[in-house]
Write a protein that binds this ligand. Structure first.
Ligand code: HEC
Length: 108
């Protein structure tokens, strides 16, 4: 009788492992604040989506944006600028710091 339960136990264990690895994968790239909040206008690569460019967003990979100081970038993210929405209320200061650091990684 005991044998019947072994495959069921293995299947249950595999199910747990699979769902764990799936939830871990969901945490990567597409789940970062940048991808969920910014990429719609600034593009997944920072160069700007068609919509973002039409609104006047600048290419994050360009010298023009990279020359701005960390303080200027975080100020724009926190307080917004013309069509750029303000994120000071919806993001924590640490998240904004992380986003500035992320923008730095986009430099060509
Ligand atoms: C609704 C579209 C939109 C969203 C969403 C958006 N932005 Fe912007 N962003 C803009 C526009 C438009 C500008 C240009 C503002 C200007 O200079 O007039 C801008 C400017 C910026 C700048 C200054 C450099 C530049 O391109 O002029 C930074 C830095 C920035 N955004 C970061 C972010 C971050 C980080 C997020 C996500 C938390 C985000 N933006 C979400 C539209 C958007």
């Amino acid at each position: 009788m005991k044998r019947i339960y072994v495959p069921a136990a293995i299947a249950a264990a595999l199910g747990v492992v699979l769902s764990l690895s799936l939830s871990v994968r969901a945490q990567t790239a597409s789940d970062t604040p940048y991808m969920s909040k910014c990429a719609g206008c600034h593009g997944s690569d920072g160069a700007g989506s068609a919509m973002g460019k039409a609104m006047g967003a600048h290419d994050f990979t360009s010298a023009e944006v990279q020359q701005m100081s960390d303080a200027q970038l975080s100020d724009i993210i926190t307080n917004g600028k013309s069509k750029m929405p303000a994120y000071g209320k919806s993001l924590k200061p640490d998240d904004i710091k992380g986003l500035v650091a992320y923008i730095r990684t986009l430099k060509k």
